[in-house]
Write a protein that binds this ligand. Structure first.
Ligand code: ADE
Length: 228
């Protein structure tokens, strides 16, 4: 999979994409991510990419021209094929969920647009963007961290990225259930013991116990999960 990201603050994306599983995905050639600084498509030599909003009001708006040029230029680079989705990260987008991430992980090429200031000119959303995603009902100062969250969630699902290929299948949310509790050595830490069943060696019983724990956790913590 190839992901292009258009950003005003590309530095914000450096670290999240260069470590751990995201690094492994890229080192293995399973994922390529390219961050494109928006200012290279600025409207003048001062690097302008935003302007006051029509109708008045506080806050700048990201202009059409730099974004349109960026999207068109990247679309014309066909090395990785056409964009399957052009995604704008925004608090008023569709709430990100595991099922959405699963679907996106099957695509070949994505373009992510990170917003800033008051947002981007509505005409870009109308004429270019195919999907708008929010990572939750709170407002961040820009779309870079949400983009990093999305790339991480997608990247770890790509076949071959995780060592134990099955482990993503058992993540919380994959079957609308939260994951069960997990334990490691020692068996007894300050008198706090690992549940006996996990030491029993009886895999049928262990699976049953984990499933029960998942159900209980989901009912207690997220009773609405899966109702959609
Ligand atoms: N940009 C600012 N806040 C955001 C959010 N919650 N989700 C996606 N993009 C955003």
């Amino acid at each position: 999979m190839h992901i292009d990201i258009i950003s005003v603050l590309p530095e914000l994306l450096d670290s999240p994409l260069q470590h751990s599983i995201m690094k492994r995905a890229q080192d293995k050639g399973l994922l390529t991510v390219k961050v494109h600084p928006l200012r290279q498509w600025a409207v003048n030599e001062y690097g302008q990419i935003d302007d006051y909003q029509y109708g008045g009001g506080a806050g700048m708006v990201m202009m059409c021209e730099p974004l349109a040029k960026a999207i068109e230029e990247l679309s014309s680079q066909t090395e990785y094929g056409a964009f399957d989705e052009i995604i704008f990260l925004t608090p008023d987008g569709k709430k990100m969920e595991q099922s959405m991430v699963n679907g996106l992980s099957l695509k070949k090429r994505l373009l992510l647009i990170c917003g800033h200031y008051k947002g981007i000119d509505e005409r870009i959303r109308e004429h270019f963007v195919t999907l708008e995603i929010s990572i939750g009902d709170y407002v961040l100062s820009g779309g870079e961290l949400p983009a990093a969250v999305l790339v991480d969630a997608i990247g770890r699902l790509l076949p071959g990225v995780l060592n134990d290929e099955t482990s993503a299948l058992f993540d919380s949310f994959q079957d609308d259930l939260l994951a069960p509790p997990v334990y490691t050595r020692p068996v007894d830490f300050r008198g706090w013991k690992v549940p006996d069943v996990l030491m029993s060696g009886d895999h049928r019983k262990i699976d049953e116990w984990r499933h029960e724990q998942s159900l209980t956790r989901t009912m207690q913590r997220r009773p609405g999960l899966g109702e959609k």
